[in-house]
Design a protein around this ligand. Structure first.
Ligand code: PMP
Length: 447
């Protein structure tokens, strides 16, 4: 995923923020261990001459444990089931290359100029066509183009959240979103979830409790399709109940949907946006269906929200990169992108199946896991007594890496959970990795 870039072999990825370094909270631990002892690592200001000057909101900025993991997990001998990188090896690079050459030849100067703060009209048209596959009927004028959906998350939080405001989120929820909410000093309250998605009753109770306590609840953040990290998809019935409940509570929904088209077992389910156009800000991305490197995502929002998003985008970047937008729209017109998505689906299905059958074969008794119908991730619940964060360094010594569940909660939960990704390694490597992980767990459990 976006917060999980991979740069093989760099031991310095823990130190990701310029001018800010991190260190272990306990000096007897390696940085790697300390990453896993808490959901994130504190900033070390010992040698930072400017540390009194930083805005309070930067105190909420912490390094992603996932990113830190890559320092070790990317050694070739380690099977990494930790990252969320899409596997784009099947992309037709020759077609992309031809399209880019043509783009530069025919309108290179325009592609390299400043553009619209809202995003170029032609890609907003293309985005509406992509969304129509999921039953969304949208006007290009309601779309704001962003640098990946990660920036859409940032802009949405920026326009809605003051310090102390509340964002409701699934439990567990996407680590990159949790970091964004933290960077605006928003409080995250996790809502109960079962295998059908968010429990509307839990949402009602949590929102009412927060409001009774005088808190301002700004929106519900949800990933209805193949959630990162749980792999859970909301059932259609649950979506209707959720949309109804949100309306009843007068609560805005932010629907984050990067994996919707990667349904491995059937047609995409209806989006929350299509059920409730006036009350949903929908976030989309080309990162999983095309390529993350172009950094093109978007927000589809009701008109007044869209106006503020564009103002926020202009103040953040002036305009999203025109070159990337033209590149993506040229790809959409030069290539049968729907067929390409089907190629991706077949590849991910094989990997998902390899992981599920390896889990069934190897996992110690008492372990349970989700069975995703799409996306990239499986969510494990390990037997009592195991601490997934504490176990990670030993797993890496045994040449397998995963993401501890603690990364996906703002409140310290998740010790008994593990996120495994099947998107990047080959089926064979997935089988080896799951076998190794099961071995580590058995050793820890002494069985
Ligand atoms: N939301 C979710 C749920 C994700 O998994 C990711 C990528 N890991 C993003 C948003 C951000 O993706 P991008 O910025 O590449 O569109």
């Amino acid at each position: 995923a976006a917060t999980e870039p991979v740069r093989a072999g760099s031991q310095h990825l823990i130190h990701t923020t310029p001018g800010i370094s991190t260190k272990s909270e306990r000096t007897d631990m390696t940085p790697h261990e300390s990453q896993t002892s808490h959901h994130q690592t504190r900033v070390d200001t010992t040698f930072d001459h400017f540390h009194d000057l930083y805005a309070v909101r930067t105190l909420g900025l912490k390094t992603s444990p996932v990113r830190a993991l890559f320092a070790v997990a990317n050694r070739p001998e380690v099977v990494s089931l930790a990252g969320g990188m899409p596997n784009i090896a099947d992309l037709p690079l020759d077609v992309v290359g031809d399209a880019l050459r043509e783009l530069i030849g025919t309108r290179g100067t325009q592609a390299m100029q400043y553009g619209s703060g809202q995003g170029e009209p032609e890609i907003r048209e293309g985005i509406c066509q992509v969304m129509s596959v999921e039953g969304i009927d949208a006007d290009p004028d309601d779309v704001t183009v962003t640098c990946g959906s990660q920036q859409a998350l940032d802009l949405v939080t920026r326009i809605f959240c003051d310090p102390g405001d509340v964002v409701m989120a699934e439990s567990p929820s996407y680590v990159g979103a949790l970091n964004t909410f933290a960077s605006y000093q928003a409080e995250v309250i996790h809502v109960g979830m079962d295998e059908q998605g968010i429990d509307p009753q839990s949402l009602r109770e949590q929102v009412s409790r927060a409001r009774r306590a005088g808190k301002r609840v700004k929106f519900l953040y949800t990933i209805p399709n193949h959630s990162n990290p749980s792999g859970i998809s909301q059932s259609e019935q649950r979506r209707r109940e959720l949309v109804e409940e949100a309306r009843h509570l007068d609560l805005l929904i932010v629907e984050d949907n990067p994996y919707g088209l990667l349904n491995l077992d059937g047609d995409p389910l209806p989006t929350l946006r299509s059920m409730s156009p006036d009350n949903v800000v929908y976030l989309g991305s080309f990162s999983k269906t095309f390529a993350p490197g172009f950094r093109v995502g978007w927000a589809l929002a009701p008109r007044f929200v869209r106006e503020r998003l564009v103002l926020a985008q202009e103040s953040a970047t002036l305009c999203p990169p025109v070159f990337s937008q033209f590149a993506v729209s040229t790809y959409l017109t030069h290539w049968d992108w729907r067929k390409q998505v089907r190629v991706f689906i077949d590849m991910y299905r094989e990997r998902r199946d390899a992981m599920l059958s390896a889990l069934a074969e190897h996992m110690p008794e008492g372990t349970t896991w989700t069975r995703p119908s799409g996306g990239f991730f499986v969510w494990l619940t390990v037997p009592g007594g195991l601490d997934s964060a504490a176990m990670l360094p030993r797993a890496v010594s045994d040449l397998v890496a995963y993401t501890p569940g603690t990364a996906f909660y703002a409140d310290g939960r998740g010790q008994e959970n593990i996120r495994l990704s099947y998107c990047y390694p080959t089926p064979e490597r997935i089988r080896v990795g799951v076998d190794r992980l099961a071995g580590v767990m058995r050793r820890e459990l002494d069985i």
